[in-house]
Design a protein around this ligand. Structure first.
Ligand SMILES: [Zn+2]
Ligand SMILES: [Zn+2]
Length: 334
């Protein structure tokens, strides 16, 4: 029997097709071919090729070399020129594509991976996310910032060199608005943050927890649309990612290293996406929202049913996935 499960925070229904269910180990596919060399002459993000990228907005140095570098995307989806004014074209509305589209180059090594990075390096990466996120939000024209990473070709990544991206936009995406409305309605009804309720329940039940520390808990949500989807949530109720503390950054670096190492060793280095879910400008003090990071290994394919319904079929059980990831042994040398 398959079952439908509803995510309490997003209100979305997912099909958990447990009669077609695969065991977590069935997802340990052949290791993908990655460019496994530390430097590439052709790569615009490798040291020595800095002239091949737009000028750097920010460079973090360590031992006389750069560790993290932020540049504009060479083919930006949004540019800083323009205003927020909507104009009308027939029955439609349009506006300037004003905003920022930056690339955060996360390492000087072409084949670096969160699994291999030191914790201080990962902290520097998160500090850089925060810095650029805050900087983009200083621009009054910006409504929302999406900070994300695509890793591997099936996650939409065309360059192997480790990098994340930040896109700052002048509108509130409908998807984001929907999440906020649900959270607000829940808070109106119960007086509680739905994300805190969800997290506390996961903490109590323990069955879907993957990894945790003092500041964060990472779990496979009860209702999720993809195998091994994991949410990393701060334990402290806080709507806005911009208010992450230094000690939380340290703890987040640890969680990221641990979670991505579990994917790497348990699932053979799968492609993945992650995105920081934080509210738009005008809702950043709204007590009903709670920022988190959604991580999706790219293991299953989205097809016609998903396109037709907006509902996702998950042919794995989140409880089994979490148990599997919890038990992945990460080699001590990493
Ligand atoms: Zn490179
Ligand atoms: Zn909360």
């Amino acid at each position: 029997m398959s079952e439908l499960r509803q995510n309490i925070a997003t209100k979305e229904w997912y099909v958990i097709a447990s009669d077609r269910a695969k065991r977590p180990k069935d997802f340990k596919h052949k290791k993908p071919q990655r460019e496994d060399f530390a430097h590439s002459e052709k790569c615009p993000f490798c040291p020595g090729n800095e002239h091949k990228t737009p000028p750097a907005h920010y460079v973090l140095e360590h031992d006389g070399k750069w560790l993290v570098r932020v540049v504009d995307n060479k083919f930006p989806a949004f540019k800083p020129e323009g205003g927020r004014k909507r104009t009308v074209e027939g029955i439609y509305r349009k506006m300037d594509g004003v905003g920022y589209h930056e690339v955060i180059i996360e390492s000087s090594l072409h084949n670096d991976h969160y699994t291999k990075m030191s914790l201080p390096h990962l902290e520097s990466i998160i500090q850089t996310y925060l810095l650029r996120y805050k900087k983009a939000m200083e621009d009054e024209r910006i409504e929302a910032v999406i900070l994300f990473k695509n890793y591997g070709p099936s996650a939409g990544c065309s360059l192997a060199h480790p990098h994340a991206q930040m896109i700052a936009i002048p509108v509130v995406p409908l998807h984001m608005r929907g999440r906020l409305d649900n959270a607000k309605r829940y808070c109106d009804d119960t007086g509680n943050c739905v994300f805190c309720v969800m997290m506390n329940d996961e903490d109590k039940e323990r069955v879907r927890v993957v990894t945790e520390n003092d500041s964060f808990i990472a779990f496979c949500p009860y209702a999720s649309g993809a195998p091994f989807e994991t949410w990393i949530m701060p334990r402290r109720h806080e709507p806005d990612f911009r208010n992450i503390t230094d000690s939380e950054i340290k703890d987040l670096a640890w969680i990221m290293k641990d979670l991505f190492s579990k994917y790497y060793f348990g699932l053979n280095d799968p492609d993945f996406n992650f995105a920081i879910k934080s509210p738009p400008r005008d809702e950043s003090n709204d007590r009903s929202f709670h920022w988190y990071i959604k991580v999706m290994p790219k293991i299953s394919k989205v097809a016609g049913f998903e396109m037709g319904s907006g509902m996702y079929i998950n042919c794995t059980l989140p409880e089994l996935n979490a148990e599997f990831l919890r038990n992945v042994e990460v080699p001590a040398t990493v």
